[in-house]
Design a protein around this ligand. Sequence first.
Ligand SMILES: *[C@@H]1O[C@H](CO)[C@@H](O)[C@H](O)[C@H]1NC(C)=O
Ligand SMILES: *[C@@H]1O[C@H](CO)[C@@H](O)[C@H](O)[C@H]1NC(C)=O
Ligand SMILES: *[C@@H]1O[C@H](CO)[C@@H](O)[C@H](O)[C@H]1NC(C)=O
Length: 370
Amino acid sequence: MTNFRVFLITLFFVLLTITNFIPKKLEAATTRAFFVFGDSLVDIGNNNYLATTARADSPPYGIDYPTHRPTGRFSNGVNLPDLMSQYMGFSEPTLPYLSPELTGQRLLLGANFASAGIGILNDTGVQFVRILRMFQQFSMFEQYKQRLSVEVGADEANRIVDEALVLITLGGNDFVNNYFLTPVSARSRQFTVPQFCTYVISEYRNILTRLVELGARRVIVTGVGPLGCLPSQLATRSINGECVDELQQASQIFNPLLIEMTKDLNTKLGYDVFIVANAYQMNMNFINDPQNFGFVTSKVACCGQGRFNGVGLCTPLSSLCPNRDVYAFWDSFHPTQRALGFIVEAIFNGTSDLMSPMNLSTIMAMDNNI
Ligand SMILES: *[C@@H]1O[C@H](CO)[C@@H](O)[C@H](O)[C@H]1NC(C)=O
Ligand SMILES: *[C@@H]1O[C@H](CO)[C@@H](O)[C@H](O)[C@H]1NC(C)=O
Ligand SMILES: *[C@@H]1O[C@H](CO)[C@@H](O)[C@H](O)[C@H]1NC(C)=O
């Protein structure tokens, strides 16, 4: 062979290696899967497929969604997982696991298993009848992994789950739709608030441990928000619109226990699997100073009826505010899309008092360098 032919052949292989290498790297960077577990704060439509009263599939839900139609999200527009997908640069939002569209290559993007009304405890949300409790969300996740294996092979499926980002949002309903649902509840007869928090955290620890067994390696866990400031609680328990002490205290007992519990798990696992988002403080920032965030109120819900527009459900007959962007709360329990934007900003770029032990930008930078 002449030197020139050797050169051409070498060049060919060099180019082959480079062209092979670059698309793979890019592909890997843009296809990190996203898995979501939890309640109505992160449900993007699973309950549409269930016989439950916990649903957001009629107007005016979705009024500010790109299609202006209800989607099952408890928001005027998109919700937390959508915004996270967007900022992570994913080409498409993750689909609800029960959606018939979640097939084929779309499985590679992850899946959302969340179901409105559920809690850490199985007895939370019994009034909503058929909803997907955590053990059911996890068995669907196992089913998902099998379907993914069929699609891409077992090794690739394991890699996808291994490198994925997970979001889990639980706990609020164990208080507002269980312990504090009625003036006296079975759980409030059984436990004081601090005892209940300790019990719920011990069950949450089991759930998070199971999540790691199922393959999760990077998990954002949101603490509970300022439950006493929800319009639903202002409507029923607040005399003058002050956030309700008893529920605020419950959040303030629960959240430090959550941080302590996840720190302990991280220590045992040998690295920071669990990252806690301080949802309490993230919400309090705009609740304490709504005007500074461009809201006219943080007490009155946009869609509802009665005191603080916080009584009952948001339905086509409810009173509806004309401009959702100037309200912190969309309905009696859930923030508006715009308020969620401030929360997502804090999840990505917040200081260590908001994201423990570090924010999502830092995590993404670390994970991309592995
Ligand atoms: C919830 O129910 C499932 C299935 O019956 C069970 O495996 C799980 O331990 C229960 N969890 C709690 C917290 O009671
Ligand atoms: C985080 O900060 C970066 C850099 O300032 C910015 O580009 C990005 O949009 C921020 N992320 C969010 C979710 O606000
Ligand atoms: C969080 O994110 C921003 C960049 O997006 C970074 O500058 C900051 O140092 C990060 N960490 C903490 C603890 O604030």
